[in-house]
Design a protein around this ligand. Structure first.
Ligand code: ADP
Ligand code: MG
Length: 305
């Protein structure tokens, strides 16, 4: 998944802790083998070849990630779209070259994208792709799912209090001993060493942040995010950072990416339609950052005790 996973846990002794760390990191490694778009032999990459024009059986993990992705795609009118692989590849190359992709190339790649070209059948446990050349990319949702599953591996071994961080995607269980909750600082995304914009105290929840501070392309006076708007096939330039709090990482991660694409006003409406989700949006502006909260953000401590 091209990122660093960090785990913090409380256990009764060293041996239990070590066993738990091993189980959780093994689970992450197994998911990386399934979901990576960098590894040619990953299940994700194999179905891009095998499942063209015919339904192919897939693993439970892949099914869960694809199902959540397609639900989010349908719910956001395609703002979240895991079939963007060919377009994302052009933008990855663009970041290496330091120049925006050629428009004609983007148009060509775009013909292989569109979430309706991916069909899943949860009952039969199969997936089918409409045409050869399609490439799935679950980079906008897989880290959140991996954080959930690493946490589940710990819980299974009796660890009640743990936090898994896959860079900006966190999932955590009960509070550390003697504490009211996990303290989650939301960065200012503005200047280095600035104080946190907010500090949350939460238990049994997930927090994901999506923004352009870490991965972006600066070219022709604009900053292009690695999150792409499927309507234009162009990296977002609106300077928006979205933090989502949800029950599970798979939901928080996917929503953080989706709300970035939707933008503050449509994004917050979508978030507010979900009873146990809250968002904090930071927009970069000429007058400094603008901070916008979803309607349930202030009642978060009550939502996630
Ligand atoms: P991060 O990787 O920084 O945690 P995100 O969760 O927002 O951030 O994921 C960004 C990744 O999602 C991109 O690198 C790309 O792989 C994928 N992606 C980009 N645009 C979209 C989109 N519109 N819908 C779904 N996935 C996307
Ligand atoms: Mg995401």
């Amino acid at each position: 998944m091209g990122t660093l996973f960090r785990i913090k846990l409380y256990a009764r002794d060293q041996a239990t802790a070590e066993r738990a760390f091993r189980a959780a990191f093994d689970r992450v490694a197994a998911l990386d083998d399934t979901l990576s778009d960098y590894k040619p032999a990953s299940e994700l990459n194999r179905i891009c070849k095998n499942a063209v024009g015919r339904p192919v059986k897939i693993s439970d993990d892949l099914m869960r990630v694809l199902t959540a992705s397609q639900q989010l795609a349908a719910g956001t009118g395609g703002a979240f779209d895991i079939t963007l692989g060919p377009v994302i590849h052009l933008w990855r190359q663009a970041r290496r070259d330091g120049r925006v992709p050629d428009t004609a190339e983007l148009v060509r790649a775009s013909a292989y994208c569109g979430y309706r070209k991916l069909k899943i059948n949860p009952a039969a446990h199969t997936v089918e792709l409409d045409k050869p050349g399609m490439q799935l990319d679950v980079g906008g949702i897989a880290k959140g799912y991996a954080a959930d599953e690493a946490l589940a591996a710990l819980t299974k071994l009796g660890i009640r209090s743990a936090l898994v961080a896959a860079s900006g995607d966190l999932a955590f269980s009960n509070a550390p001993p003697g504490r009211a909750g996990w303290s989650i600082g939301i960065d200012s995304f503005d200047r280095a060493n600035a104080p946190f914009t907010r500090i949350l105290q939460l238990n049994n929840a997930a927090v994901s942040t999506s923004g352009d501070t870490e991965q972006h392309l600066d070219a022709s006076g604009k900053r292009y995010s690695h999150v792409i708007d499927p309507k234009t096939d162009v990296g977002l330039t609106k300077g928006i950072t979205v933090t989502i709090v949800a029950r599970h990482g798979i939901e928080a991660d996917g929503l953080a990416t989706a709300v970035s694409v939707l933008g503050a006003s449509r994004g917050l409406k979508f978030v507010d339609s979900k009873l146990d989700v809250a968002a904090l949006i930071v927009k970069r502006g000429a007058q400094g950052p603008e901070v916008i909260e979803s309607s349930r953000f202030h009642s978060l401590p009550a939502l996630y005790r």
